[in-house]
Write a protein that binds this ligand. Sequence first.
Ligand code: AP5
Ligand code: MG
Length: 203
Amino acid sequence: MNAIILLGAPGSGKGTQAMRLAESLGLPHISTGVILRQAVADGTELGKVARDIMAAGSLVSDEIVLGIVEERIAAPDCGRGFILDGYPRNQAQARALGEVLSTLGATEWIANIDVPPEELTARVRGRRGTDGRQDDSEEAFRRRLEVYESESLPLLDYYGNRTVNISGLGSRDDVFGRLCAALPFAAAQLVTPKLVTPKLVTQ
Ligand code: AP5
Ligand code: MG
């Protein structure tokens, strides 16, 4: 089982690239942000708890998100592996995930998508008003960046040389190419075997 973990700041392209990896590798894309936004839209108990926290750009409790992830990766479609986007986001989440993955005997592939703050801001400003994310407001986005720097950025030290760093600048295709090349599991899966045409021997 392969667990691909995408790290990166808000707006760095985790969702965009996770979706592409999911399509190319045939693995489910698990975004805690998407699951939480769906719960808010559905007005579930989880959604009611998460709504204001998310709108403010803060983190939902570790206990809640771990529960979401554990339940999701226990589903049958995760048997070969999965792509995590937005989890883990702090060291407590990373430790909890490490335990879950070691119980499952999963191999971790961790990539960090690196994008400078001015480009993150430009991307999220560009998205504002197009998909109605409440946490894309100027204030909430500023808070998301602060939370990223204080809580999530230290994950790069936590994972150390288990993480591959790739630049998230350039086109979506450029970033996808870098990501696949940097993740040996993805690179191996995406290599198209050369077709060998059998030679006809005529005598
Ligand atoms: P989440 O939904 O995970 O949001 P985020 O991490 O803040 O980041 P985004 O989804 O905005 O950005 P992204 O990196 O996915 O980039 P995207 O591909 O969209 O979390 C939301 C909230 O949920 C959190 O704040 C928290 O409250 C809660 N939450 C979630 N997980 C949690 C956890 N584990 N613990 C606690 N709370 C949690 O791209 C951004 C934009 O740029 C798009 O418009 C895209 O089209 C564009 N773009 C992408 N690639 C490129 C490119 N190469 N060039 C130009 N534009 C590009
Ligand atoms: Mg996202």
